[in-house]
Design a protein around this ligand. Structure first.
Ligand SMILES: C[S@@+](CC[C@H](N)C(=O)[O-])C[C@H]1O[C@@H](n2cnc3c(N)ncnc32)[C@H](O)[C@@H]1O
Length: 231
C-alpha cells in the first residue's frame, strides 16, 4: 500500500471468500438461485456490448458471469481480491475451453487494473465490501478505465431511502429470503445488513455523479439494485 491509511481490500468483510469451503458453497448456492444466462443477456443489452468489446469484471467470484460473457465478447478481464476465488473460476474456464478471460488478482482500489480503456465494467455483489469513502475511490477508478461513452453495470445491495421503519423493512427482507432460500442464506442476509457496507441509494447516486458516471438506468430488484451508468 502506497500510504498507511489506504484501505486493505484484501481483508474480507463478512463472508470469507478466501475459504475454499465458503467458495464452493457460494458457487452451489448461486447456481441454484440465479439464472446466469438471463443476467448476461441483461448485461450485454444494458452495456450495448458488441463482439469486439472488452469488459472488466470486478469481484468476479466463482466466475460464472465472466464465463458466460466471454464467448460474446473480444476480451474479459476478470479480477478479484481472493486468490481462492480466482483459482476456482480459472479452473472452470480451462474445463470449459474458454480462453479469452484473463483472471487477475486485483480489486476496486489496488492490484491489477486494465491498461487501456475498456468498453464496459461489470460488478455484481462486490462494491458493498468497501466503506463509503473507498467506494468513491472505486468509482473514480472505474470512470478512469472506461472509454468515453463506456458503461458500468452495477448490481448490489443498495438500501432504498424513504423507508419509515428500517427494522420492519429488513425483517420482511430476511423473512422473504428465509422462505425462498433457507435459514443459511437468511443468516448471511442478516450478517450483510449488520456488518457489510451497503449504502443508501441517494449516497451512492451522488458518488456516481461526482465520478462522472451518469445514471441511465436504475432498477430496484427486491433487495438488490441495478445501476447502468455511462461515462
Ligand atoms: C458475493 S461475491 C460476488 C461474486 C460474483 N460477482 C457474483 O455475482 O456471484 C463477492 C466477491 O467480491 C470479492 N471482493 C471483495 N472485496 C473486493 C474488492 N475490494 N475488490 C474486488 N473484489 C472484491 C470477493 O472476494 C468475492 O469474490
Amino acid at each position: 500500500m502506497a500510504y498507511p491509511w489506504h484501505y486493505d481490500e484484501s481483508i474480507q468483510v463478512g463472508t470469507d471468500y478466501q475459504d475454499e469451503n465458503e467458495v464452493r458453497a457460494y458457487d452451489q448456492r448461486m447456481q441454484r438461485l440465479r439464472n446466469v444466462g438471463r443476467e448476461v443477456e441483461e448485461i450485454q443489452r444494458a452495456l450495448a456490448l458488441s463482439s469486439e468489446a472488452t469488459v472488466w469484471e470486478i469481484g468476479t467470484g466463482t466466475g460464472e458471469c465472466a464465463l458466460a460473457l466471454a464467448p460474446r465478447l473480444q476480451q474479459v478481464y476478470a479480477t478479484d481480491v481472493s486468490p481462492v476465488m480466482l483459482q476456482y473460476a480459472s479452473r472452470k474456464a480451462a474445463h470449459r475451453g474458454i480462453r479469452n478471460i484473463s483472471f487477475e488478482n486485483g480489486g476496486f482500489l489496488s492490484g491489477f487494473q486494465p491498461d487501456g480503456p475498456v468498453d464496459g465494467v461489470v460488478t455484481q455483489l462486490a462494491l458493498h465490501h468497501l466503506p463509503d469513502f473507498w467506494k468513491t475511490q472505486a468509482l473514480d477508478a472505474i470512470a478512469t478505465r472506461l472509454r468515453p461513452g463506456g458503461r458500468l453495470f452495477l448490481r448490489d445491495v443498495v438500501f432504498p431511502s424513504g423507508i419509515d421503519n428500517y427494522d420492519d423493512f429488513f425483517s420482511k427482507i430476511v423473512d422473504g429470503v428465509r422462505s425462498k432460500a433457507g435459514n443459511d442464506f437468511a443468516d448471511k442476509t442478516i450478517q450483510h445488513i449488520r456488518k457489510e457496507f451497503s449504502t443508501l441509494d441517494w449516497i451512492l447516486e451522488g458518488m456516481m455523479a461526482r465520478s462522472g458516471l451518469k445514471i441511465i438506468q436504475k432498477d430496484y430488484q427486491g433487495f438488490l439494485s441495478v445501476y447502468v451508468c455511462e461515462k
